[in-house]
Design a protein around this ligand. Structure first.
Ligand code: T5A
Length: 202
């Protein structure tokens, strides 16, 4: 299948500002009718899996957890991402497979792979900063902790270290951004780094 769209993903630890930036970018690109999705979720099945993974208070085996995140992703790919890219649309994803590589691979220590049927993003923004800052933002906003956010600070540090390794291994895809800057400053950088790809996609 030929791909004509542009696939943009946002990654980072808890509260690093992915949702904020994905939404701001979606607004900026509104004239191009981008598709903005979040993970886990984004489809009926995915939203139900999200609920099971984050909010049901279930004990979930680490490998079962990984397959649930990936099942949600596969449904999103089949229902939304591949059709949108094939139609030439821009897809903006708030988390994608790098999250599984960082959380289930890096922090839980599971062996992970990139399934060949999962499209590779054209560009991945990694929002980087102290894990305490992101967790602190959630506390300030009064967000109820989900199952993953209740993990230890060491767990979240391992996630950050895994992201660091992923970005170092693929510098042509990853754009590292200091997540401690203001929302506007980060968004400016996001747009600036995207412009060459947008020019190329015209
Ligand atoms: N997970 C997910 C896995 O383990 N494996 C996987 O494969 C996948 C896909 C998802 C959880 O599942 C895990 C990772 C997660 O633990 P979620 O609720 O979707 O759960 O959690 P997150 O994706 O981490 O989303 P968060 O809401 O936690 O954080 P964001 O999206 O990074 O941050 P955002 O934009 O919501 O901002 C957080 C707060 O900070 C403020 C915002 O207003 C908000 O209050 N903020 C800023 N404040 C100051 N300066 C800035 N620059 C700010 N930007 C945002």
């Amino acid at each position: 299948m030929s791909r004509r769209g542009l696939f943009i993903t946002f990654e980072g630890t808890e509260g690093s500002g992915k949702t904020t930036q994905a939404e701001l970018l979606g607004g900026w690109l509104a004239k191009r009718d981008p598709v903005v999705v979040r993970e886990p979720g984004g489809t009926e099945l995915g939203e139900q899996i999200r609920d099971v993974l984050l909010y049901k208070g279930l004990e979930i085996d680490a490998e079962a957890e990984m397959y649930l995140f990936m099942a949600s992703r596969r449904q999103l790919i089949a229902e939304v991402i591949v059709p949108a890219l094939a139609a030439g649309q821009i897809v903006i994803a708030d988390r994608y497979h790098d999250s599984t590589l960082a959380y289930q691979g890096g922090a839980r220590g599971l062996p992970t792979v990139w399934p060949p049927t999962f499209p590779r993003p054209d560009i991945t923004y990694l929002l980087e900063g102290p894990v305490e800052t992101g967790l602190g933002r959630h506390e300030e906003a009064g967000k109820n902790k989900d199952r993953m956010e209740r993990e230890s600070i060491e767990f979240h540090r391992k996630v950050a270290e895994a992201y660091d390794r992923l970005a170092a291994a693929e510098p042509e895809r990853f754009v590292r951004i200091d997540a401690t800057g203001s929302r506007d400053k980060i968004q400016f950088e996001v747009r600036d780094r995207l412009q060459p790809l947008l020019d190329g996609a015209r």
